[in-house]
Design a protein around this ligand. Structure first.
Ligand SMILES: C[C@@]1(CC(=O)O)C2=NC(=C\c3[nH]c(c(CCC(=O)O)c3CC(=O)O)Cc3[nH]c(c(CC(=O)O)c3CCC(=O)O)/C=C3\N/C(=C\2)[C@@H](CCC(=O)O)[C@]3(C)CC(=O)O)/[C@H]1CCC(=O)O
Ligand SMILES: NC(=O)c1ccc[n+]([C@@H]2O[C@H](COP(=O)([O-])OP(=O)(O)OC[C@H]3O[C@@H](n4cnc5c(N)ncnc54)[C@H](O)[C@@H]3O)[C@@H](O)[C@H]2O)c1
Length: 311
């Protein structure tokens, strides 16, 4: 991992933008959305930035950059049309231990800008670590079409119910299961206002789930793209993942990140599955296509489990 992904709280943080042209406009607009305390240093200023300065949304210092400018800032964006100057900003900032981004210049970046989908409070940030910004834009455009339009509404609503749901369900596990059922409700998927969400929420609270344990038998192939959507969804819902000894691979990575995971041998599998189901867990067994097909088939027959073949 070349770059570590994080989400920064820049509220009221002092951020310096060196240069006041087109690129500075784009960066300032983003930083304003994060409520940063923005200063722009530049001999000339784009009319858009002049308006923001007049509106007191940023501090404008009309001067050429010099090394004293970096002092007191938490973060710096170098956006001038002079690459040598941008590199100087980078090294001055580095000497002061201040994180800097030189636009379009990954070798002079302590951090890089991801492609973003902003459905506040949901944020999706995509990066190629500098390898291909255009590919990153393509991925964003694809994701934009996949992500439901009511995502902000759902996130805001569920954020507000967290205390209420804690009163109702005492364990993290119960709460997680409730939310998974809630987000899968057709009424929730289609909701476009808080009233319909509240209705679905109250209704679901009054009908608790009776069966908690489930067994998902997921056949895997060579190519993770050949998994069905259903297989992926169930892999994401499992509490415990069992994978064949020696195959801790991409399919295991695609399962829910905080699910427990353990290797299995075909001989010990059935007992292990029974024990986990007795604990009330949702168990996912991964089995490569063609290896030990009889193991899965006999499991599916003997213990009631959902068998999802791979394409
Ligand atoms: C995500 C996004 C955010 C943003 O900039 O806001 C972004 N670049 C975007 C688009 C884009 N940038 C460029 C093109 C023209 C096509 C092309 O030339 O390839 C297009 C495509 C377009 O506009 O469609 C030119 C370019 N960019 C960089 C270089 C230098 C190099 O690659 O070596 C060059 C060549 C300059 C030259 O040749 O002179 C470098 C960087 N650009 C990054 C971010 C960082 C790595 C992100 C990552 O990979 O994770 C990084 C490392 C540093 C940084 O700037 O933070 C935004 C997509 C937003 C969106 O639409 O969703
Ligand atoms: N415009 C784009 O969409 C775009 C896209 C990708 C990359 N770039 C690159 O990003 C850089 C900036 O592009 P731009 O379009 O914003 O340029 P621009 O010419 O619009 O702005 C450059 C700004 O830098 C300021 N500046 C110059 N010398 C300075 C100094 N000594 N101290 C402080 N500020 C100084 C200027 O006053 C001006 O406001 C360029 O290198 C460009 O090639 C631009």
């Amino acid at each position: 991992m070349e770059f570590f992904p994080i989400f920064l709280n820049l509220k009221n943080r002092k951020v310096l933008v060196v240069g006041g042209g087109d690129v500075a406009c784009r960066k300032v607009d983003l930083l304003l959305r994060a409520n940063a305390d923005i200063t722009v240093i530049s001999p000339q200023l784009h009319p858009h930035l002049s308006r923001l300065a007049a509106d007191q949304q940023l501090t404008y210092i009309k001067q050429k950059y010099d090394e004293s400018c970096v002092i007191g800032f938490h973060q710096i964006w170098a956006t001038t049309n002079d690459p040598k100057l941008n590199h100087q900003v980078f090294s001055d900032a580095e000497a002061e231990g201040i994180w800097t981004n030189v636009v379009d210049d990954p070798h002079h970046c302590h951090f890089i800008t991801p492609s973003m989908i902003d459905r506040t409070p949901i944020q999706v940030a995509i990066s190629s670590g500098g390898a291909s910004p255009v590919l990153v834009r393509f991925i964003r455009e694809k994701l934009e079409t996949l992500l439901p339009q009511n995502l902000s509404l759902l996130a805001e609503f569920s954020g507000k119910q967290r205390e209420r749901i804690k009163q109702h369900f005492k364990t993290v596990d119960e709460r997680r299961k409730f939310w998974e059922r809630f987000f899968r409700l057709p009424a929730v998927e289609q909701a476009n206002n808080t009233v319909s969400l509240e209705l679905a929420f109250t209704l679901l609270l009054s009908e608790p789930e009776t069966q908690t344990n489930h067994l998902y038998l997921i056949e895997t192939g060579l190519d993770p793209e050949m998994l069905t959507l259903k297989a992926l969804r169930l892999m994401q819902q499992s509490d415990f993942v069992l994978y064949p000894e020696g195959s801790n691979d991409i399919f295991v990575d695609l399962c829910r990140r905080d699910a427990d995971r353990e290797p299995y041998t075909p001989e010990a599998l059935q007992d292990k599955v029974r024990a986990l189901l007795n604990e009330g867990l949702r168990v996912c067994v991964l089995a490569p296509k063609a290896s030990h097909p009889e193991t899965l088939i006999s499991l599916a027959q003997e213990i009631k489990g959902l068998y999802i073949p791979c394409l």
